[in-house]
Design a protein around this ligand. Structure first.
Ligand code: 6LW
Length: 536
């Protein structure tokens, strides 16, 4: 093996990959749920080295997620290329907490370049949460989607619907048809279509996005069916293999290189095994994905008209790279001194774009200013700027300048997974107006104060550090940037994971975040001098 693909290729929260090739360029779109901007798009020229080139949903005219809960918003996107442009399908999901029927309005946006700008959305129905488009070689286009069926005693995953899409009219035309009910694996979702040698190959995610996840393939000679299932289905899965390095493997799609080699992109999770003696009773019994679901690639080939993963059904960490000229990219930004006037694309905000009303890189040049709004558990105005944890061993560090005089103003550094899964080292004030530091958080809907208040006198600048050491987070602080003091106990990382919470659905991943709140509504600003991230 001359050079290799090292999985996951997209580390940290990067689920539901949709891969395409356009001449010499490869792109993968991944889901972002309640995080803004929506849909990450990564680019590669060799399948080994990937870089983030942009996001598809950058404006509120494309997506409104205000009030959305954890893991609602943008589910699995699907990227295609036809008629000299990129097409991207997505749905903006309100899940069905407390009810059976989900709202899954689905849309398509287009762009000349994957970096954008992407168009405003066009509706492609509301059937389910994983829409895609297929561009047939006769010029026709089709919408595929899963069907969400909320009726009692029915399979919620009601099959895969196909309907023609007229791009000139900008709408679905003709009758929809349920073309595939799924296999015994169940939870049939994420449909994407590929045409090869006269066959339509329908590739779906099955088994649910947890431990039983799988990539299912079926095919038909007529796009409307009937579809026959792969003789050795599923083609990839980590189910029944508890000690596998990449678990939860599923949600795949195939891509052919310029040389005729094939690769399968898929999602996976690198799980922390259940900690010994840990009191929390997990929903699943084989660990916690604190980094969320990640994207990996496997080598594939075709035999007798069916695709196979060349190394077997179990995903591998190290995979033979294709015969493509290596094309490394400059490393992604690790240390930000906030000298730029635009927020770097590694950052995400919650539910809404970064906007001058609550975030500024220019009001105090060289600083990120966050104007405090709601507290972390709100589904609305969060003055929070976050970047993914992409390794189980990482450190995030910042310095915040802040002059709170009441307990109702706070700013600092967080480990954030969800409204009900986060830790927060906050700088605030006590009732006497004395500045204090404290570690607080919310685990499973219970607010906790995990350290005493530490008085810091009249210091207005505090350096804060958050270390992730596999199963533990640790906070420390420094008033001079040199001498560091631990604050609070070590905090379990596993409740901040896909499996660790009380929610029905947890689909995202852990972030290190800068945050400010002012529950009085006075938008007291906090100025962050830098945000450094490193991995061990
Ligand atoms: C997504 C579905 C899935 O829409 O999980 O893994 C759902 N597959 O296709 C949430 O990411």
């Amino acid at each position: 093996m001359s050079h290799v693909i090292q999985n996951p290729v997209l580390k940290g929260f990067n689920p539901d990959p949709s891969i395409i090739r356009v001449e010499d360029d490869y792109y993968i779109a991944t889901s972002t749920f309640e995080w803004f901007p929506g849909v990450q798009i990564h680019h590669s020229r060799d399948l080994v080295n990937w870089r983030l080139v942009g996001h598809a949903l950058t404006r509120t005219s494309q997506i409104n997620m205000m009030g959305m809960d954890n893991s609602e918003g943008v589910y699995a996107p699907a990227l295609t290329y036809a008629d000299d442009k990129f097409w991207l399908c997505f749905s903006n999901v309100h899940s069905c907490r407390g009810g059976n029927w989900m709202a899954t309005p689905s849309f398509v946006v287009t762009a000349e370049r994957p970096e954008g700008p992407w168009s405003d959305p066009v509706s492609i129905g509301n059937y389910g949460f994983d829409p895609s488009l297929f561009h047939d070689d006769d010029g026709k286009k089709y919408m595929l989607n899963m069907i969400w069926d909320g009726r009692l005693n029915k399979n919620f995953f009601g099959g895969i619907v196909l309907q023609e899409f007229d791009p000139k009219l900008g709408k679905l035309v003709g009758e929809p048809k349920n073309i595939f009910a799924g296999t015994h694996l169940g939870c049939t979702e994420g449909p994407q279509m590929l045409k090869k040698d006269g066959y339509y190959y329908l590739i779906t995610a099955e088994g649910g996005t947890e431990r039983n996840h799988a990539v299912t393939v079926c095919r038909a000679q007529n796009i409307w069916g009937p579809y026959e299932v792969h003789p050795d289905n599923p083609i990839l899965t980590s189910r029944f293999q508890e000690d596998v390095e990449l678990s939860r493997a599923g949600h795949g799609f195939l891509v052919e290189t310029q040389q005729g080699e094939w690769y399968l992109s898929h999602l996976c999770g690198r799980r922390i095994p259940n900690p010994e003696g840990y009191q929390f009773i997990p929903k699943y019994d084989n660990g916690f994905s604190i980094l969320g679901r990640e994207t990996a690639l496997q080598k594939a080939h075709w035999q007798d008209g069916w695709p196979y993963v060349t190394t077997g059904k179990t995903p591998l960490v190290t995979v033979e790279a294709p015969e493509l000229t290596p094309c490394p990219w400059p490393p992604m930004m690790m240390n930000d001194d906030f000298s730029q006037t635009e927020l770097n694309s590694v950052y995400q905000t919650l539910r809404e774009p970064a906007c001058n009303s609550w975030l500024s890189l220019t009001e105090r040049p060289g600083f990120l200013r966050l104007k405090g709004r709601h507290y972390l558990s709100s589904r609305y105005e969060q003055s929070l700027v976050a970047r993914r944890f992409q390794s189980h061993y990482a450190t995030a560090q910042t310095a915040v300048t802040f002059t709170p005089s009441t307990p109702y103003e706070m700013a600092g550094l967080c480990a954030y997974y969800a409204r009900n899964g986060h830790y927060f080292l906050k700088m605030s004030a006590d009732d006497a107006g004395q500045r204090v530091l404290q570690v607080v958080g919310n685990i499973n809907d219970v607010y906790g104060e995990y350290s005493q208040e530490v008085a810091i006198g009249d210091a207005d600048t505090v350096h804060m550090r958050l270390e992730l050491d596999y199963q533990w987070y640790r906070f420390s602080y420094s008033l001079d940037g040199t001498q560091w003091h631990p604050i609070g106990p070590q905090l379990n990382s596993t409740p901040l994971s896909d499996e660790g919470g009380p929610d029905i659905f947890r689909f995202t991943g852990s972030f290190a975040a800068l945050f400010a709140a002012d529950v009085r509504g006075l938008k007291q600003p906090a100025d962050f001098a830098y945000f450094n991230y490193s991995e061990k």
